[in-house]
Design a protein around this ligand. Structure first.
Ligand SMILES: C[S@@+](CC[C@H](N)C(=O)[O-])C[C@H]1O[C@@H](n2cnc3c(N)ncnc32)[C@H](O)[C@@H]1O
Ligand SMILES: *[C@@H]1O[C@H](CO)[C@@H](O)[C@H](O)[C@H]1NC(C)=O
Length: 277
């Protein structure tokens, strides 16, 4: 019971820490460019870049390491699209001999220098076509396909990004339908809405506050269920799909939890590997 009390308020400690590390650099940025005051989304991006640089990126990566080593390293291959690449922490889990091209999608341009440095350190370069940064959002399939020169991705990875993108169901649907190759894999590691009603209640309670400090990140999204229940519209009914209508795009799917994670944790993570028909 006492333990659950600590979990209930854990988002508050996260928010306090975020404000502590990011408020002064953000105020300085506003003093340098007061027009930011009229662009609240850009203030969020500046704030989040400082939160992420102020220890959150490293801490989150360390916590997720076992899950990422299991999910990303053995499965990622070919053209890899990393949505919400942040500071490029996913790159270190890629096997360079199996990944031909790493495409980082990151709308927050303040994060691009760190992505580029991590990509170069791992042997991915813009000059030989093995590395690209896209500045669009994950919901913008048209710009993504253009950035991929109209090829599709063999692997799409989301690490803690589907909590933040607008309209996740529609964005995931469009990425799977338009951007992911047949037989391609969608790999995700995300915090999701709990299946326990009291934990879910606290996640919903904190979600609106958390969202302000963390650039739109929601604590209450059932992302794993979006994948399980996903349907795409079909014409023809070949490649393992039903006849015309709507059908699941998946031929294989696995979702698993973290062995050391208590059920009371408001940051309740699921990893998933979904393979397209
Ligand atoms: C919590 S961070 C995770 C970063 C990185 N994947 C990692 O594991 O360190 C979420 C990232 O999603 C990015 N983001 C925000 N809106 C987005 C959108 N519409 N499409 C894609 N990424 C977005 C943010 O800029 C941020 O870098
Ligand atoms: C990387 O991929 C190569 C080729 O498939 C394989 O031989 C090697 O063991 C892999 N390395 C790791 C760390 O998984």
């Amino acid at each position: 019971m006492l333990k659950f009390a600590a979990f209930k308020f854990s988002p508050l400690f996260g928010i306090i820490t975020a404000v502590r590390v990011a408020i002064f650099p953000t105020l300085l940025a506003i003093r340098k460019d007061p027009t930011l005051l009229f662009r609240p989304n850009d203030i969020s991006a500046v704030f989040m870049a400082h939160v992420w640089a102020g220890g959150f990126a490293e801490g989150t990566d360390t916590m997720g390491r076992p899950a990422k080593e299991q999910l990303i390293t053995p499965n990622s291959e070919g053209v890899v699209l990393d949505i919400g690449a942040g500071h490029g922490h996913t790159i270190q889990y890629l096997n360079r001999s199996r990944v031909t091209r790493y495409v980082a999608l990151e709308p927050n341009q303040l994060m691009h220098p760190k992505i580029r440095a991590a990509a170069h350190a791992a042997g991915f370069y813009e000059s030989d076509g093995s590395f690209t940064i896209l500045s669009c959002g994950a919901e913008d399939s048209a710009s993504i396909l253009k950035g991929l020169e109209n090829t599709q991705a063999d692997t799409i990875i989301s690490v803690l990004t589907l909590c933040t993108i607008p309209n996740p169901s529609k964005s995931i649907h469009n990425l799977v339908r338009d951007v992911l190759k047949p037989n391609g894999q969608f790999l995700f590691y995300e915090h999701v809405l709990s299946h326990l009603p009291d934990v879910a209640w606290w996640q919903k309670f904190w979600a609106p506050v958390w969202q302000v400090a963390f650039d739109g990140c929601r604590l209450d999204r059932p992302t794993h269920l979006v994948f399980e229940n996903l349907e795409v519209e079909i014409q023809g009914g070949n490649d393992g799909y039903r006849q015309d209508g709507r059908d699941s795009p998946w031929k294989e799917q696995q979702v698993w939890g973290m062995p050391d994670e208590p059920e009371e944790d408001l940051f309740w993570h699921r990893a998933g590997r979904f393979v397209k028909k």
